[in-house]
Design a protein around this ligand. Structure first.
Ligand SMILES: [Zn+2]
Length: 479
Protein backbone atom coordinates (compact mmCIF):
# COMPACT_ATOMS: atom_id res chain seq x y z
CA UNK A 1 0.00 0.00 0.00
CA UNK A 2 1.29 3.39 -0.72
CA UNK A 3 0.63 6.78 0.65
CA UNK A 4 -0.73 9.70 -1.27
CA UNK A 5 1.42 12.60 -2.24
CA UNK A 6 0.39 15.35 0.09
CA UNK A 7 -0.60 18.76 -1.15
CA UNK A 8 2.18 21.28 -0.93
CA UNK A 9 0.20 23.98 0.73
CA UNK A 10 -3.11 22.93 2.07
CA UNK A 11 -4.48 26.24 3.21
CA UNK A 12 -2.15 29.13 3.55
CA UNK A 13 -1.97 31.15 6.67
CA UNK A 14 -1.91 34.74 5.55
CA UNK A 15 1.41 35.26 7.27
CA UNK A 16 3.13 32.75 5.00
CA UNK A 17 3.93 33.98 1.51
CA UNK A 18 2.41 31.97 -1.31
CA UNK A 19 4.65 30.26 -3.79
CA UNK A 20 7.58 30.00 -1.43
CA UNK A 21 8.16 26.59 -3.01
CA UNK A 22 8.32 27.75 -6.60
CA UNK A 23 7.13 30.24 -9.15
CA UNK A 24 3.48 30.36 -8.16
CA UNK A 25 1.41 32.53 -10.50
CA UNK A 26 -0.89 33.42 -7.67
CA UNK A 27 0.43 36.05 -5.31
CA UNK A 28 -1.08 36.94 -2.00
CA UNK A 29 -1.28 40.63 -1.34
CA UNK A 30 -2.38 42.01 2.02
CA UNK A 31 -5.61 43.19 0.45
CA UNK A 32 -6.70 39.65 -0.48
CA UNK A 33 -8.11 39.05 2.94
CA UNK A 34 -9.79 41.97 4.65
CA UNK A 35 -8.39 42.88 8.04
CA UNK A 36 -11.74 42.13 9.67
CA UNK A 37 -11.67 38.37 8.94
CA UNK A 38 -7.94 37.75 8.90
CA UNK A 39 -7.83 36.34 12.41
CA UNK A 40 -10.80 34.05 11.68
CA UNK A 41 -9.16 32.92 8.44
CA UNK A 42 -5.92 32.08 10.21
CA UNK A 43 -7.77 30.10 12.87
CA UNK A 44 -9.65 28.10 10.26
CA UNK A 45 -6.48 27.48 8.24
CA UNK A 46 -4.63 26.28 11.32
CA UNK A 47 -7.47 23.87 12.14
CA UNK A 48 -7.60 22.55 8.59
CA UNK A 49 -3.85 22.12 8.45
CA UNK A 50 -4.08 20.14 11.68
CA UNK A 51 -6.69 17.86 10.13
CA UNK A 52 -9.63 19.30 12.06
CA UNK A 53 -11.29 21.20 9.25
CA UNK A 54 -14.45 19.13 9.63
CA UNK A 55 -15.31 20.87 12.89
CA UNK A 56 -15.01 24.33 11.34
CA UNK A 57 -16.99 23.80 8.11
CA UNK A 58 -19.55 26.55 8.80
CA UNK A 59 -16.96 29.18 9.70
CA UNK A 60 -14.92 28.32 6.62
CA UNK A 61 -17.98 28.53 4.40
CA UNK A 62 -18.68 32.04 5.73
CA UNK A 63 -15.09 33.12 5.20
CA UNK A 64 -15.08 31.87 1.62
CA UNK A 65 -18.31 33.76 1.05
CA UNK A 66 -16.62 37.02 2.05
CA UNK A 67 -13.57 36.43 -0.20
CA UNK A 68 -14.99 34.51 -3.19
CA UNK A 69 -12.02 35.27 -5.44
CA UNK A 70 -9.34 34.11 -3.03
CA UNK A 71 -8.17 30.79 -4.41
CA UNK A 72 -6.61 29.52 -1.16
CA UNK A 73 -9.93 30.02 0.62
CA UNK A 74 -11.51 27.50 -1.74
CA UNK A 75 -8.59 25.10 -1.36
CA UNK A 76 -8.96 25.28 2.40
CA UNK A 77 -12.70 24.71 2.17
CA UNK A 78 -12.14 21.75 -0.19
CA UNK A 79 -9.65 20.26 2.23
CA UNK A 80 -12.00 20.71 5.20
CA UNK A 81 -14.87 19.12 3.25
CA UNK A 82 -12.65 16.16 2.42
CA UNK A 83 -11.76 15.82 6.09
CA UNK A 84 -15.50 15.74 6.80
CA UNK A 85 -15.89 12.91 4.28
CA UNK A 86 -17.82 15.10 1.82
CA UNK A 87 -15.85 14.19 -1.30
CA UNK A 88 -18.33 15.45 -3.88
CA UNK A 89 -18.68 18.86 -2.32
CA UNK A 90 -14.91 18.97 -1.96
CA UNK A 91 -14.49 18.28 -5.68
CA UNK A 92 -16.98 21.08 -6.49
CA UNK A 93 -14.95 23.49 -4.38
CA UNK A 94 -11.75 22.43 -6.14
CA UNK A 95 -13.42 23.18 -9.46
CA UNK A 96 -14.06 26.73 -8.26
CA UNK A 97 -10.41 27.07 -7.21
CA UNK A 98 -9.36 25.66 -10.56
CA UNK A 99 -11.50 28.12 -12.50
CA UNK A 100 -9.94 30.99 -10.56
CA UNK A 101 -6.35 29.89 -11.10
CA UNK A 102 -6.03 26.65 -13.11
CA UNK A 103 -2.23 26.50 -13.14
CA UNK A 104 -1.69 27.51 -9.53
CA UNK A 105 0.78 25.12 -7.94
CA UNK A 106 -1.39 24.35 -4.92
CA UNK A 107 -4.50 23.98 -7.06
CA UNK A 108 -2.86 21.43 -9.36
CA UNK A 109 -1.38 19.50 -6.47
CA UNK A 110 -4.65 19.35 -4.52
CA UNK A 111 -6.80 18.58 -7.57
CA UNK A 112 -4.42 15.80 -8.63
CA UNK A 113 -4.59 14.32 -5.19
CA UNK A 114 -8.41 14.48 -5.13
CA UNK A 115 -8.57 12.56 -8.41
CA UNK A 116 -6.09 10.07 -6.98
CA UNK A 117 -8.15 9.48 -3.82
CA UNK A 118 -11.35 9.02 -5.76
CA UNK A 119 -9.74 6.50 -8.10
CA UNK A 120 -9.93 8.71 -11.23
CA UNK A 121 -6.43 7.78 -12.23
CA UNK A 122 -6.46 9.11 -15.81
CA UNK A 123 -7.42 12.57 -14.60
CA UNK A 124 -4.94 12.39 -11.72
CA UNK A 125 -2.14 11.52 -14.16
CA UNK A 126 -3.07 14.39 -16.48
CA UNK A 127 -3.21 16.90 -13.63
CA UNK A 128 0.08 15.77 -12.12
CA UNK A 129 1.77 15.87 -15.52
CA UNK A 130 0.71 19.49 -15.89
CA UNK A 131 2.12 20.09 -12.41
CA UNK A 132 5.45 18.50 -13.29
CA UNK A 133 5.61 20.46 -16.52
CA UNK A 134 5.07 23.79 -14.73
CA UNK A 135 6.91 23.06 -11.48
CA UNK A 136 9.68 20.59 -12.28
CA UNK A 137 11.75 21.73 -9.30
CA UNK A 138 9.04 21.60 -6.66
CA UNK A 139 9.98 19.84 -3.44
CA UNK A 140 7.53 17.03 -4.09
CA UNK A 141 8.19 16.67 -7.83
CA UNK A 142 10.05 13.41 -7.30
CA UNK A 143 7.21 11.90 -5.27
CA UNK A 144 4.64 13.06 -7.80
CA UNK A 145 6.68 11.49 -10.60
CA UNK A 146 6.72 8.11 -8.88
CA UNK A 147 3.01 8.44 -8.13
CA UNK A 148 2.37 9.01 -11.83
CA UNK A 149 4.43 5.95 -12.75
CA UNK A 150 2.56 3.74 -10.28
CA UNK A 151 -0.78 5.01 -11.48
CA UNK A 152 0.24 4.38 -15.08
CA UNK A 153 1.00 0.75 -14.36
CA UNK A 154 -2.30 0.44 -12.49
CA UNK A 155 -4.18 2.00 -15.41
CA UNK A 156 -2.56 -0.43 -17.86
CA UNK A 157 -3.75 -3.34 -15.74
CA UNK A 158 -7.16 -1.80 -15.28
CA UNK A 159 -7.75 -1.77 -19.03
CA UNK A 160 -8.03 -5.53 -18.90
CA UNK A 161 -9.75 -5.67 -15.53
CA UNK A 162 -13.42 -6.10 -15.20
CA UNK A 163 -14.25 -2.96 -13.24
CA UNK A 164 -15.75 -4.19 -9.98
CA UNK A 165 -17.30 -0.96 -8.77
CA UNK A 166 -20.97 -1.39 -7.98
CA UNK A 167 -20.63 -5.12 -7.30
CA UNK A 168 -20.47 -6.72 -3.86
CA UNK A 169 -16.96 -8.11 -4.39
CA UNK A 170 -13.81 -7.47 -6.47
CA UNK A 171 -12.76 -11.06 -7.04
CA UNK A 172 -12.16 -10.49 -10.77
CA UNK A 173 -9.83 -7.60 -10.12
CA UNK A 174 -7.83 -9.12 -7.33
CA UNK A 175 -7.36 -12.58 -8.88
CA UNK A 176 -6.99 -11.53 -12.47
CA UNK A 177 -3.20 -11.76 -12.66
CA UNK A 178 -2.36 -14.33 -10.02
CA UNK A 179 -4.73 -16.63 -8.15
CA UNK A 180 -3.20 -18.18 -5.06
CA UNK A 181 -4.59 -19.03 -1.62
CA UNK A 182 -3.48 -20.83 1.53
CA UNK A 183 -4.44 -24.46 1.76
CA UNK A 184 -6.75 -25.54 4.61
CA UNK A 185 -3.88 -27.69 5.91
CA UNK A 186 -1.99 -24.46 6.76
CA UNK A 187 -4.77 -23.20 9.06
CA UNK A 188 -4.28 -21.57 11.47
CA UNK A 189 -1.61 -19.85 9.35
CA UNK A 190 1.58 -19.39 11.42
CA UNK A 191 2.50 -15.70 11.77
CA UNK A 192 6.00 -14.69 12.79
CA UNK A 193 6.28 -11.02 13.83
CA UNK A 194 9.94 -10.05 13.97
CA UNK A 195 11.17 -7.87 16.81
CA UNK A 196 11.48 -4.29 15.59
CA UNK A 197 13.57 -3.05 18.50
CA UNK A 198 16.22 -0.69 17.17
CA UNK A 199 14.31 0.21 14.00
CA UNK A 200 13.73 3.96 13.95
CA UNK A 201 10.10 4.85 14.67
CA UNK A 202 9.30 1.39 16.06
CA UNK A 203 7.17 1.30 19.19
CA UNK A 204 5.45 -1.43 21.14
CA UNK A 205 1.95 -0.43 20.00
CA UNK A 206 2.78 -1.14 16.34
CA UNK A 207 2.89 -4.97 16.67
CA UNK A 208 -0.28 -4.73 18.78
CA UNK A 209 -2.07 -2.94 15.92
CA UNK A 210 -0.69 -5.51 13.51
CA UNK A 211 -2.08 -8.34 15.64
CA UNK A 212 -5.45 -6.56 15.79
CA UNK A 213 -5.43 -6.41 11.99
CA UNK A 214 -4.85 -10.18 11.78
CA UNK A 215 -7.73 -10.71 14.23
CA UNK A 216 -10.00 -8.42 12.19
CA UNK A 217 -9.41 -10.45 9.00
CA UNK A 218 -9.88 -13.76 10.81
CA UNK A 219 -13.10 -12.63 12.49
CA UNK A 220 -14.50 -11.45 9.16
CA UNK A 221 -13.58 -14.50 7.12
CA UNK A 222 -16.60 -16.57 8.05
CA UNK A 223 -14.32 -19.05 9.77
CA UNK A 224 -12.28 -19.68 6.61
CA UNK A 225 -9.02 -18.06 7.69
CA UNK A 226 -7.24 -18.15 11.04
CA UNK A 227 -3.79 -17.28 12.37
CA UNK A 228 -1.50 -18.30 15.18
CA UNK A 229 1.56 -16.43 16.41
CA UNK A 230 4.78 -18.42 16.28
CA UNK A 231 8.43 -17.70 17.07
CA UNK A 232 10.08 -20.12 14.68
CA UNK A 233 9.98 -20.65 10.92
CA UNK A 234 7.41 -23.11 9.64
CA UNK A 235 6.42 -24.70 6.32
CA UNK A 236 3.51 -22.28 5.94
CA UNK A 237 4.41 -18.81 7.17
CA UNK A 238 3.52 -15.13 7.11
CA UNK A 239 6.59 -13.22 8.21
CA UNK A 240 6.31 -9.58 9.30
CA UNK A 241 9.28 -7.22 9.18
CA UNK A 242 9.79 -3.58 10.15
CA UNK A 243 11.57 -0.92 8.11
CA UNK A 244 12.21 2.73 8.90
CA UNK A 245 12.62 3.74 5.26
CA UNK A 246 11.48 2.60 1.84
CA UNK A 247 14.91 1.69 0.43
CA UNK A 248 13.99 -2.01 0.34
CA UNK A 249 10.58 -1.41 -1.20
CA UNK A 250 9.48 -1.00 -4.78
CA UNK A 251 8.68 2.70 -4.51
CA UNK A 252 9.62 5.53 -2.17
CA UNK A 253 5.93 6.11 -1.59
CA UNK A 254 5.21 2.71 -0.09
CA UNK A 255 3.99 2.37 3.47
CA UNK A 256 4.09 -1.38 3.42
CA UNK A 257 4.85 -4.12 0.98
CA UNK A 258 4.02 -7.79 0.68
CA UNK A 259 5.85 -10.38 -1.37
CA UNK A 260 4.07 -13.70 -1.53
CA UNK A 261 5.35 -16.94 -2.92
CA UNK A 262 4.26 -20.51 -3.31
CA UNK A 263 3.29 -22.81 -6.12
CA UNK A 264 0.72 -22.56 -8.90
CA UNK A 265 -2.44 -21.91 -6.93
CA UNK A 266 -1.13 -22.22 -3.39
CA UNK A 267 0.56 -19.78 -1.06
CA UNK A 268 3.22 -21.10 1.27
CA UNK A 269 5.07 -17.98 2.33
CA UNK A 270 4.39 -14.25 2.52
CA UNK A 271 6.72 -11.54 3.66
CA UNK A 272 5.12 -8.32 4.88
CA UNK A 273 7.30 -5.27 5.47
CA UNK A 274 5.75 -2.37 7.36
CA UNK A 275 7.08 1.16 7.47
CA UNK A 276 7.57 2.43 11.02
CA UNK A 277 7.80 6.05 9.93
CA UNK A 278 4.56 6.62 8.05
CA UNK A 279 4.05 10.32 7.45
CA UNK A 280 1.17 11.75 9.40
CA UNK A 281 0.78 8.49 11.22
CA UNK A 282 -2.18 7.70 13.41
CA UNK A 283 -2.93 4.29 14.96
CA UNK A 284 -6.01 3.92 12.75
CA UNK A 285 -4.04 4.70 9.66
CA UNK A 286 -1.27 2.27 10.56
CA UNK A 287 -3.82 -0.45 11.16
CA UNK A 288 -5.29 0.30 7.73
CA UNK A 289 -1.90 -0.33 6.16
CA UNK A 290 -1.61 -3.61 8.12
CA UNK A 291 -5.05 -4.75 6.95
CA UNK A 292 -4.16 -3.95 3.35
CA UNK A 293 -0.86 -5.85 3.42
CA UNK A 294 -2.44 -8.85 5.17
CA UNK A 295 -5.06 -8.83 2.40
CA UNK A 296 -2.21 -9.22 -0.13
CA UNK A 297 -0.65 -11.95 2.01
CA UNK A 298 -3.96 -13.84 1.96
CA UNK A 299 -4.01 -13.99 -1.84
CA UNK A 300 -5.51 -10.64 -2.85
CA UNK A 301 -2.68 -9.85 -5.20
CA UNK A 302 -4.51 -7.20 -7.21
CA UNK A 303 -6.14 -4.00 -6.02
CA UNK A 304 -9.78 -2.99 -5.88
CA UNK A 305 -10.84 0.00 -7.98
CA UNK A 306 -13.19 1.27 -5.28
CA UNK A 307 -11.68 3.81 -2.83
CA UNK A 308 -14.00 2.51 -0.10
CA UNK A 309 -12.14 -0.82 0.11
CA UNK A 310 -9.08 -1.52 2.21
CA UNK A 311 -7.64 -3.19 -0.92
CA UNK A 312 -7.83 0.06 -2.91
CA UNK A 313 -4.34 1.00 -4.05
CA UNK A 314 -3.87 4.07 -1.87
CA UNK A 315 -4.13 4.66 1.80
CA UNK A 316 -6.31 7.59 2.67
CA UNK A 317 -4.52 9.67 5.22
CA UNK A 318 -6.37 10.25 8.46
CA UNK A 319 -9.68 9.49 6.83
CA UNK A 320 -10.82 6.63 9.04
CA UNK A 321 -13.44 5.26 6.65
CA UNK A 322 -10.94 3.28 4.62
CA UNK A 323 -9.00 2.07 7.63
CA UNK A 324 -11.34 -0.80 8.29
CA UNK A 325 -12.59 -3.73 6.20
CA UNK A 326 -15.46 -2.95 3.83
CA UNK A 327 -18.26 -5.40 3.03
CA UNK A 328 -16.60 -5.95 -0.35
CA UNK A 329 -13.25 -6.76 1.31
CA UNK A 330 -14.95 -9.36 3.50
CA UNK A 331 -17.03 -10.86 0.66
CA UNK A 332 -13.98 -11.14 -1.59
CA UNK A 333 -11.90 -12.95 1.02
CA UNK A 334 -14.78 -15.31 1.75
CA UNK A 335 -15.17 -16.11 -1.96
CA UNK A 336 -11.44 -16.77 -2.39
CA UNK A 337 -11.59 -19.37 0.37
CA UNK A 338 -14.89 -20.98 -0.63
CA UNK A 339 -14.47 -21.34 -4.41
CA UNK A 340 -14.11 -24.95 -5.51
CA UNK A 341 -10.71 -26.04 -6.84
CA UNK A 342 -12.13 -26.03 -10.36
CA UNK A 343 -13.61 -22.54 -10.08
CA UNK A 344 -10.48 -21.17 -8.45
CA UNK A 345 -8.36 -22.67 -11.23
CA UNK A 346 -10.15 -20.43 -13.73
CA UNK A 347 -8.69 -17.32 -12.15
CA UNK A 348 -5.20 -16.02 -12.80
CA UNK A 349 -3.77 -15.54 -16.25
CA UNK A 350 -3.91 -18.66 -18.34
CA UNK A 351 -0.32 -18.20 -19.51
CA UNK A 352 0.79 -18.64 -15.92
CA UNK A 353 -0.54 -22.12 -15.47
CA UNK A 354 2.09 -24.75 -15.04
CA UNK A 355 2.53 -28.27 -16.08
CA UNK A 356 1.69 -30.35 -12.97
CA UNK A 357 4.91 -32.36 -12.97
CA UNK A 358 6.88 -29.24 -12.13
CA UNK A 359 5.96 -29.44 -8.48
CA UNK A 360 7.81 -32.66 -7.83
CA UNK A 361 11.15 -31.39 -8.87
CA UNK A 362 13.21 -29.32 -6.49
CA UNK A 363 14.93 -27.32 -9.21
CA UNK A 364 11.70 -26.44 -10.89
CA UNK A 365 10.13 -25.56 -7.55
CA UNK A 366 12.80 -22.94 -7.16
CA UNK A 367 12.08 -21.87 -10.70
CA UNK A 368 8.39 -21.59 -9.83
CA UNK A 369 9.13 -19.45 -6.80
CA UNK A 370 11.27 -17.14 -8.92
CA UNK A 371 8.53 -17.06 -11.52
CA UNK A 372 5.80 -16.20 -9.01
CA UNK A 373 7.87 -13.46 -7.45
CA UNK A 374 8.71 -12.23 -10.94
CA UNK A 375 5.02 -12.14 -11.78
CA UNK A 376 4.38 -10.16 -8.63
CA UNK A 377 7.16 -7.71 -9.50
CA UNK A 378 5.80 -7.43 -13.04
CA UNK A 379 2.32 -6.70 -11.74
CA UNK A 380 3.58 -4.02 -9.42
CA UNK A 381 5.55 -2.31 -12.16
CA UNK A 382 9.00 -3.38 -10.97
CA UNK A 383 10.35 -4.35 -14.37
CA UNK A 384 14.01 -4.63 -13.36
CA UNK A 385 13.13 -7.09 -10.58
CA UNK A 386 10.76 -8.98 -12.86
CA UNK A 387 13.48 -9.31 -15.48
CA UNK A 388 15.99 -10.72 -13.00
CA UNK A 389 13.47 -13.20 -11.53
CA UNK A 390 12.14 -14.43 -14.88
CA UNK A 391 15.69 -14.82 -16.20
CA UNK A 392 16.42 -16.99 -13.19
CA UNK A 393 13.23 -19.03 -13.72
CA UNK A 394 14.17 -19.62 -17.36
CA UNK A 395 17.75 -20.51 -16.40
CA UNK A 396 16.49 -23.13 -13.92
CA UNK A 397 13.79 -24.46 -16.20
CA UNK A 398 14.52 -23.45 -19.80
CA UNK A 399 11.91 -25.72 -21.35
CA UNK A 400 8.89 -24.23 -19.57
CA UNK A 401 7.04 -22.13 -22.17
CA UNK A 402 5.22 -19.98 -19.57
CA UNK A 403 8.49 -18.82 -18.06
CA UNK A 404 9.83 -17.89 -21.50
CA UNK A 405 6.61 -16.11 -22.38
CA UNK A 406 6.71 -13.91 -19.29
CA UNK A 407 10.38 -13.15 -19.81
CA UNK A 408 9.43 -12.09 -23.34
CA UNK A 409 6.62 -9.87 -22.05
CA UNK A 410 9.04 -8.21 -19.67
CA UNK A 411 11.63 -7.57 -22.39
CA UNK A 412 8.82 -6.15 -24.48
CA UNK A 413 7.88 -3.68 -21.71
CA UNK A 414 11.53 -2.77 -21.15
CA UNK A 415 11.93 -2.13 -24.88
CA UNK A 416 8.94 0.19 -24.79
CA UNK A 417 10.67 2.18 -22.07
CA UNK A 418 13.88 2.27 -24.12
CA UNK A 419 11.83 3.64 -26.98
CA UNK A 420 10.42 6.39 -24.79
CA UNK A 421 13.95 7.16 -23.61
CA UNK A 422 15.03 7.28 -27.27
CA UNK A 423 17.72 4.69 -26.62
CA UNK A 424 17.74 3.00 -29.99
CA UNK A 425 20.53 0.51 -29.23
CA UNK A 426 18.85 -0.85 -26.11
CA UNK A 427 15.46 -0.80 -27.80
CA UNK A 428 16.69 -3.00 -30.61
CA UNK A 429 18.46 -5.40 -28.25
CA UNK A 430 15.51 -5.81 -25.89
CA UNK A 431 12.90 -6.11 -28.61
CA UNK A 432 14.98 -8.83 -30.27
CA UNK A 433 15.17 -10.67 -26.94
CA UNK A 434 11.40 -10.30 -26.57
CA UNK A 435 10.92 -11.89 -30.01
CA UNK A 436 13.33 -14.70 -29.24
CA UNK A 437 11.69 -15.60 -25.91
CA UNK A 438 8.21 -15.35 -27.44
CA UNK A 439 9.33 -18.13 -29.78
CA UNK A 440 10.61 -20.25 -26.86
CA UNK A 441 7.31 -19.48 -25.15
CA UNK A 442 5.33 -20.94 -28.08
CA UNK A 443 3.93 -17.56 -28.99
CA UNK A 444 5.03 -17.14 -32.65
CA UNK A 445 2.39 -14.50 -33.43
CA UNK A 446 3.70 -12.29 -30.66
CA UNK A 447 7.23 -12.83 -31.95
CA UNK A 448 6.03 -11.81 -35.41
CA UNK A 449 4.63 -8.56 -34.08
CA UNK A 450 7.84 -7.85 -32.15
CA UNK A 451 9.78 -8.33 -35.41
CA UNK A 452 7.29 -6.09 -37.20
CA UNK A 453 7.94 -3.33 -34.63
CA UNK A 454 11.67 -3.77 -35.16
CA UNK A 455 11.20 -3.47 -38.92
CA UNK A 456 9.20 -0.29 -38.54
CA UNK A 457 11.82 1.11 -36.20
CA UNK A 458 14.69 0.24 -38.54
CA UNK A 459 12.83 1.92 -41.38
CA UNK A 460 12.37 5.08 -39.31
CA UNK A 461 16.14 5.01 -38.74
CA UNK A 462 16.64 4.69 -42.52
CA UNK A 463 18.23 1.29 -42.05
CA UNK A 464 16.71 -0.59 -45.00
CA UNK A 465 18.82 -3.72 -44.60
CA UNK A 466 17.70 -4.34 -41.03
CA UNK A 467 14.14 -3.48 -41.96
CA UNK A 468 14.10 -6.13 -44.70
CA UNK A 469 15.61 -8.74 -42.40
CA UNK A 470 13.04 -8.07 -39.64
CA UNK A 471 10.21 -8.09 -42.19
CA UNK A 472 11.28 -11.56 -43.28
CA UNK A 473 11.35 -12.80 -39.69
CA UNK A 474 7.97 -11.25 -39.05
CA UNK A 475 6.44 -12.97 -42.11
CA UNK A 476 8.07 -16.24 -41.18
CA UNK A 477 6.30 -16.42 -37.79
CA UNK A 478 3.08 -14.77 -38.85
CA UNK A 479 1.35 -18.05 -39.69
ZN1 LIG B 1 -1.38 -2.95 -2.26
Amino acid sequence: MRQLVWSLIIALLIAGPAGSQGPDPYTVTPGDIPESIRAKYNDAAAMTNAGNGATALNQIKEIVHVIPNYVYGHLMYAQALEQAGKMQESMAELEVASSLSPDNQSVLSQVGRAFEISGQLDKAIRTYNRYLFLYPNADNAKDIKSAVELMRSEVQKRDIHADSRGRDNFLDETLLEIAQRWSPSCMPIPVFIHDGTGVRGYAGYLPELLKQAFVEWAQNSGGKVSFKLVNTPSSCLIECFWASDTSGMSSTLEEGETVASGTVKTLTHAKITLLTTITDSSPQRFKGVCLHEIGHALGMHGHSSDPGDIMFMFSKGNDTRANTLSARDKNTLFLIYTLSEADFARYGRSTWKFHPFLHYDKTTNEATTNFNEGAYAYNTGRLADALRLFQEAVRLSPATPEFNAMLANTYFQVARQDFKNQDSIKYQKHMELAARYYLSGNLPKKAASAYASLAEFARSMKNENDARMYDQESKRWQN
